[in-house]
Design a protein around this ligand. Structure first.
Ligand code: ADP
Length: 733
């Protein structure tokens, strides 16, 4: 406890405390009165002691028309004076202004409750060397120092100065003195007032922090609010929030208020009050910071007098620290510690929520960007078939208007023009498909026609929309424009047909020309020889044989061509009758035997006989075709024809050990005009034999297929059902 003393050691101060009396106001200049009134108004709005003191200092500066001022407070424990703030000076020079030594004549005067007035500083005022040096550096000429007194207690002083020597009127000094006294009282008043105020403020702040709104703030705003409120809640001069950065292995300063360098940008775990709060996970308090062993250099240098740091905990583990400090010798009470701890726990939750929200928001934006960037249309339905989400592609391509979102099916069908730009025609049973997807949780696809200009076709996939519990809550539809693909396929098919026709014409011309050339050669030759009296030779006989063979070939080609035309027009009349399959095969084998004999191949017939109802000539034509192919596409090895029966069908297998058919060609050999690419050059044919054979077999209600391996051989199968064939014979018989 310090009392103001005569000679700075003893005796009561003879200064009446209290407000400025009306009488005194009247002696002040009018401008000064205005300012004092403005000051009074301002202090009722703010309760932060730092703000009040700044207000006091600047008002005094304006009234006395002096540009600089410095505030000194007395350490209540040690009695040392400390410079706590400078006004009109840049922040950096304030810490270097030295406090006056205890034996300074200025301090002694002030402690007696008297003002110090120096009208010309350079003119030999009674000053300590430090202050003299400072005055010279700043260019100080005129100085007024007034004491801050509460009751009988000297708590500090306010010093005002300017660069010009001047005379101070008694009214100037009176104003300065009154303001200083007022400031001293306010300091004490805010201390007492703030305990109750703090509690209310803290409660309100914590309620605000719990609101969901906090989560939606950007992190910088949230940190700013947290520190501001922490300072407010604890009635501190300033505060800071540091978060642990694992990469830096340090607490990193994220936000500071009124720090002015008191809060270092980085702190190691265990360093300073803040670092200790972090490592211990418990609040740390020092009401005598200047003599606190763990004080950081930044804190000491910047005049911190009281410090309080509380850890921010997540699941009991510290992830940061909230710190507040005072430079005004204002003690933090145990209640402050409790309030700030409570506040910190709320702040930690707010920070967590914010992080969570920011993450969700980031993911959502990410997803949103992807959905928006999709070229395919995306439509999400709820279980009732009501659209809940659309992407821009769905608007553009399908012509769905955004107004459709959230509308029920009834609403949409009642007013289609408001919701659809084009008519949408599903080419499948939409309600059934939608129901299946919802009920069975399966993905289904369907084609959709959009009647835009030009018309477009979409392939749509309907996938169940499953929530986190696995329940199907809707349907996600993705539709892709396949118009171009379809068009491409159509053009390709047309080209294919055209190419096949071209190929066919070239092949047909070639195939027809070969026997015609032969026939023409032989007839010319014979014509020349057949003169009266000419004797037919053996060579002529052979030539006639060849001629006949070429004519047969020509006839067969022409008959194939005719068959194709008639088969296509379904004009071929079938002559039904019962016959032995073995007998038919035998006859077919006999007709190809001369060719087989040429290359010395065995033609084998196996299996039991069966009787079917058929067109005898046509079925034999099938067997001849297959046997001719077997001879044509194999160079050696036996060719076997086997009759195999079943209870309801008869099956003929014709196997060779020839070149076989490539896997690519296999599915297409029964197509009209189709020929394997590798046979083109060296085997004659129109690519019609198998096509005609299949048509004939199908007309018998049967089927024809092939199994083949390249280099091993091929087996063709012809299966004729007994029942359907019988019914034919029954009808015609
Ligand atoms: P063509 O024999 O006149 O070309 P086909 O319709 O009879 O016409 O046969 C179509 C194609 O099937 C043939 O070009 C050939 O590539 C293939 N093919 C038919 N039979 C056989 C077989 N036994 N071995 C290998 N390939 C065959």
């Amino acid at each position: 406890m310090t009392t103001l003393a005569d000679g700075a050691t003893s005796g009561q101060l003879n200064v009446p405390p209290g407000e400025l009396a009306m009488g005194e106001l009247q002696t002040l200049p009018l401008a000064a009165v205005d300012m004092l009134l403005a000051f009074g108004e301002a202090i009722t709005r703010s309760t932060r002691p730092d703000d009040l003191l700044a207000r006091v200092a600047t008002t005094a500066m304006e009234l006395l028309k002096l540009p600089w001022s410095v505030l000194l407070l007395r350490d209540p424990v040690t009695g040392e004076m400390r410079v706590v703030a400078g006004y009109g000076l840049d922040g950096a020079s304030v810490p270097v202004i030295p406090a006056p030594p205890p034996d300074s004549p200025v301090l002694k005067t002030l402690m007696r409750g008297e003002p110090v007035i120096i009208e010309d500083y350079q003119g030999g005022a009674p000053l300590s060397p430090d202050w003299r040096e400072l005055g010279a550096r700043l260019g100080l000429r005129a100085v007024v120092g007034v004491p801050l007194i509460t009751g009988t207690e000297f708590v500090g002083s306010l010093h005002l100065g300017g660069p010009d020597a001047r005379h101070f009127a008694p009214a100037d000094i009176a104003v300065a003195q009154r303001l200083a006294r007022l400031a001293a009282q306010l300091l004490r008043h805010t201390e007492a007032h703030s305990a109750a105020h703090k509690r209310v403020g803290a409660f309100e702040t914590m309620q605000a922090l719990a609101s969901s709104l906090v989560a939606t703030m950007d992190i910088d705003t949230l940190l700013q609010i947290l520190v501001e409120r922490a300072v407010e809640v604890s009635g501190a001069s300033g505060g800071s929030l540091l978060l642990w950065d694992a990469a830096e292995n340090a607490l990193v300063l994220r936000k500071s208020i009124n720090g002015h360098g008191a809060a270092p940008p980085r702190l190691a775990a265990g360093e300073g009050l803040v670092g200790i709060a972090f490592t211990s996970g418990r609040p740390q308090l020092s009401n005598n910071y200047q003599h606190f062993a763990g004080a950081t250099p930044a804190g000491s240098r910047n005049g911190v007098t009281n410090g309080l740091a509380v850890p921010l905990l997540r699941h009991g583990h510290p992830f940061g620290v909230l710190g507040v400090f005072s430079k005004l010798f204002q003690e933090f009470t145990p209640e402050d510690v409790n309030l700030l701890t409570l506040f910190a726990s709320q702040a930690a939750v707010a920070l967590d929520n914010q992080t969570l929200y920011a993450t969700v928001l980031r993911q959502q934006r990410h997803l949103d960007t992807m959905v928006r960037a999709m070229h395919d249309a995306l439509v999400v339905y709820d279980r009732d078939g009501c659209i809940v989400l659309l992407n821009p592609a769905a608007e553009d391509l399908l012509g769905l208007r955004p107004a459709i979102i959230g509308r029920s099916l009834e609403e949409v069908t009642a007013d289609e023009d408001s919701y659809f730009s084009y008519r949408i025609e599903p080419l499948f049973d939409w309600p059934a498909t939608f129901g299946h997807v919802i009920e069975r949780g399966v993905t289904l696809a369907g084609m959709v026609r959009i009647h835009s200009d030009p018309e477009r076709t979409f392939e749509a996939f309907y996938t169940p929309y499953v929530d986190e519990n696995g329940a199907v809550v809707g349907v996600i539809a993705v539709a892709r424009d396949v118009s171009a693909t379809q068009e491409l396929e159509r053009v390709r098919a047309e080209l294919d047909v055209a190419r096949q026709h071209d190929d066919f014409l070239a092949i047909a011309a070639h195939e027809l020309r070969t026997p015609i050339t032969g026939i023409k050669g032989f007839t010319d030759l014979l014509g020349r020889r057949l003169v009266p009296g000419y004797t037919v030779t053996e060579r002529d006989d052979a030539m006639l044989g060849s001629l006949s063979a070429q004519v047969n070939r020509l006839a067969s080609l022409v008959s194939d061509l005719l068959d194709v035309g008639q088969l296509q027009a379904s004009k071929i009349e079938f002559r039904w009758g019962r016959c032995s399959v073995r007998a038919l095969l035998q006859s077919a084998l006999d007709s190809v035997r001369p060719v087989a004999a040429e290359r010395e191949s065995d033609l084998l017939l196996a299996g039991a006989d069966a009787v079917v109802c058929c067109d005898q000539a046509r079925l034999e034509q099938v067997f001849v075709n297959l046997l001719t192919n077997a001879l044509k596409y194999s160079t050696s090895g036996p060719i076997t024809a086997t009759v195999a029966g079943g209870p309801d069908h008869v099956r003929v297998e014709i196997a060779d050990q020839g070149a076989g058919i490539a896997a690519d060609d296999l599915p297409r050999v029964f197509e009209r005009f189709y020929r394997s690419h590798d046979v083109y050059a060296h085997q004659r044919g129109l690519g019609l034999g198998l096509y005609i054979s299949r048509e004939i077999v199908t007309r018998h209600g049967g089927r024809i297929w092939v199994e083949s391996r390249q280099g091993v051989g091929s087996t063709f199968y012809v299966e004729i059902p007994l029942t359907s064939a019988e019914s034919h014979c029954g009808e015609t018989d």
